[in-house]
Ligand binder design. Structure first.
Ligand code: ADP
Ligand code: MG
Length: 640
């Protein structure tokens, strides 16, 4: 057997191995570079990405810059200007101090550095490959530093192969970018991706303003300041500040909650949960708030893992911090609610006796426009059209070839097909279901504006009117969605989204097209919806888009086909839910009978698309058992 002999590794190989500790993917590189710029006191940081950083990361700052000697030294291993001895670690205030980042990055990519200090005439430009200076020039440039990192892992194919997809890398980078924007509001951050300016965030005085720069402009009215809840065990070893969304804003994922401990971004599931708990009384479980929490805490109380790649933090008293976060959020939401009450000229004194959380809950219910005493029936096609006429023009698609099975059908209101026909399978020619009429029932009526009660042979049946109608619509649109009638929107709604969401939409545009939804990107941060299935009410589009994005994010690891199906199902379920009659709608007997007939004719009739039951059967047996009728009969028999 041949035994390999021990040999000393080449220094370039050692550095490649060491690089793996710091640099695993583009986002790690960018984090190190931004931290260096902030350590150099930059107030303007501009980032350019190509292929989400896999091809190129370029960062330009207006910080202190480096002297010519330092520029040549900074790629050496353990080159740092931030500490001299181990003891200096105790008073460290900068992000970096290990002197590892630049040397690691340069070991696995091609680097170009331009830098100049204030008092220097000329700056210096260096080309570095495998940590060696290949070219060196004096150059006329601004004070500050520019670094270009090209072809990450060009010399480590094994690692390059394991880089994640562009969208995953881009998502990670935008999260990082948001985090820096939130923790350094005095810095002007800009982000370009593939030559497109995605975010321009000039310095601001107040954290709330950052939300306007990073989300949509109108969001600020829904962002409130986070106040420390010091009603309980106020402990001077920590301080909390931040800004959070109020009850009127929400997302369908929890990705936009940013937590900072002593100005460092940390990822901590428990703290995020504590944040979300603050909204328990006002947001339904599928909706999530957004916000920023800054925790300033005595160093003795925490252990921040100082490993460059890790963003974890351990608290000495974790439960205490979690409670403080939840409490502060509840307090801030209440304060905000009280303010809005004063605003509405209610007397604060009158309200003080009332449980505030209840009031917030009420506000949410009110905002959902719970329909009172409104008699409705399933809209006919003409009625549906009317809903749209204010802002929608129907276009007849001349090129429409109705024989083409996979085309999305675009109908004119003069067209003979109507929504009822469609829902009843009129358009669906391939549908050979045999009708399974239930005639053997007696309609008792509608109860609690929510349930249909019928009497059938062996008992009573309660039908949840919303769940049932949802199931009916869902089955019909999902069985032949390729023929769904669509309409073009004359005044397409502009929807502002964060850029990672837009990337998700673009990558999955085909799925939306198949569902009859045509989306067009109009700027780095906004899209318009140009065409939708006829069942969709205009106002709900943003909601549907956001829910779909959340679904894509949850399932992005699946194969494309599976992902397509899941998203389609979700979109169908949402369309069904939005267009179905609601609990609280008073129904007329004709409508009720239609729902009953339809429900008994669809597959999966026992649950709505979200899995809630549609039917509750109370058999004669159940009823008799409850009234102890069998028992009674037996007793009667005894006496006969
Ligand atoms: P560390 O940050 O741990 O000191 P790095 O490898 O990240 O190590 O950087 C090495 C040194 O290069 C820093 O200590 C600093 O002196 C210098 N440097 C890096 N980036 C910049 C920058 N953008 N502006 C000024 N100096 C920089
Ligand atoms: Mg550093």
């Amino acid at each position: 057997m041949v035994v390999s002999r021990i040999k000393i590794l080449e220094s370039s190989e050692i550095q490649k191995i060491a690089a793996g500790e710091v640099v695993e993917r583009p986002v790690n590189v960018l984090k190190e570079l931004i931290e260096n710029s902030l350590d150099a006191k930059a107030t303007s940081i501009t980032i350019y990405l190509e292929d989400a950083g896999k091809k190129l990361i370029r960062i330009i700052d207006n910080g202190s810059g480096m002297s010519h000697e330092d520029a040549k030294l900074c790629f050496e291993h353990h080159a740092t200007s931030k500490i001299n001895t181990f003891n200096d670690l105790n008073r460290i205030t900068t992000f970096g101090f290990r002197g590892e980042a630049l040397s690691s990055i340069a070991a696995v990519s091609k680097v170009n550095l331009i830098t100049k200090q204030e008092l220097e005439q000329l700056g210096i430009e260096l080309d570095i490959e495998q940590n060696k200076i290949e070219k060196e020039n004096f150059i006329n440039c601004n004070v500050g530093t520019e670094l270009i990192i090209k072809d990450l892992f060009f010399n480590v194919p094994a690692r390059k192969k394991f880089l994640k997809s562009k969208e995953t890398e881009y998502r990670a980078i935008t999260h990082l970018f948001y985090a820096f924007c939130f923790s350094y509001i005095n810095v002007n951050f800009k982000l370009y991706s593939d030559n497109r300016l995605v975010y321009n965030c000039p310095a601001v005085q107040r954290l709330e303003k950052r939300f306007g720069q990073l989300y949509d402009h109108n969001i600020i009215q829904n962002i409130i300041e986070l106040n420390l809840d010091n009603s309980k065990e106020y402990n001077p070893s920590y301080k909390i500040s931040g800004a959070i969304s109020n009850s009127k804003y929400s997302r369908y994922d929890r990705s936009q909650i940013y937590l900072f401990v002593n100005n460092r971004w940390v990822k901590n599931y428990k703290l995020v949960q504590a944040f979300i708990r603050g909204y328990q009384a006002i947001l339904e479980p599928s909706k999530f708030p957004i916000g920023v929490v800054n925790i300033f805490i005595d160093k003795q109380e925490i252990d921040i893992n100082i490993h460059p790649k890790k963003e974890e933090v351990q608290f000495l008293h974790p439960k205490l911090i979690e409670n403080v976060i939840t409490g502060s959020i509840i307090k801030s939401l209440e304060n905000n609610f009280n303010k809005s009450l004063n605003y509405n000229a209610y007397s604060a004194k009158d309200m003080s006796a009332i449980n505030i959380s209840e009031n917030i809950k009420q506000e949410v219910v009110d905002s959902q426009h719970f329909k009172e005493d409104k008699v409705i029936s399933i809209p006919t096609y003409d009625q549906t059209i009317k809903i749209f006429t204010d802002n929608i023009r129907l276009e007849h698609n001349q090129e429409l070839n109705s024989n083409e099975k996979n085309s999305v059908k675009n109908i004119d209101h003069k067209d003979a097909h109507d929504l009822d026909d469609y829902l009843n399978g009129g358009i669906n020619n391939t549908d050979n279901r045999t009708k399974n009429n239930i005639t053997e029932y007696r309609l008792i009526g509608q109860a609690l504006k929510t349930y249909i009660i019928i009497e059938i042979n062996d008992g009573l049946t309660l039908i949840d009117q919303h769940a049932a109608h949802e199931r009916i619509i869902y089955q019909r649109i999902s069985s032949n969605f390729t023929n769904v009638p669509t309409i073009s929107l004359v005044l397409p709604e502009v929807i502002e989204l964060i850029s990672e969401d837009i990337l998700m939409l673009n990558l999955n545009a085909d799925i939306f097209i198949q569902c009859g939804i045509i989306i067009e990107q109009i700027s780095a941060n906004s899209i318009v919806i140009k065409q939708v299935p006829i069942f969709l009410k205009n106002i709900l589009l943003k909601d549907i888009i956001l829910k779909s994005i959340a679904t894509i994010k949850e399932n992005h690891k699946l194969e494309k086909d599976k992902l397509n199906n899941i998203i389609k199902e979700k979109i169908h379920a949402q369309i069904s839910c939005k267009s179905a009659i609601k609990a609280g709608d008073i129904l007329q007997p004709g409508t009720i009978n239609q729902i009953i007939q339809d429900l008994y004719n669809v597959e999966n009739k026992l649950t709505c698309p979200h899995g809630r039951p549609t039917i509750y059967n109370l058999t004669v047996y159940d009823i008799e058992k409850f009234f102890k009728r069998n028992y009674r009969q037996k007793i009667d028999n005894l006496f006969l």
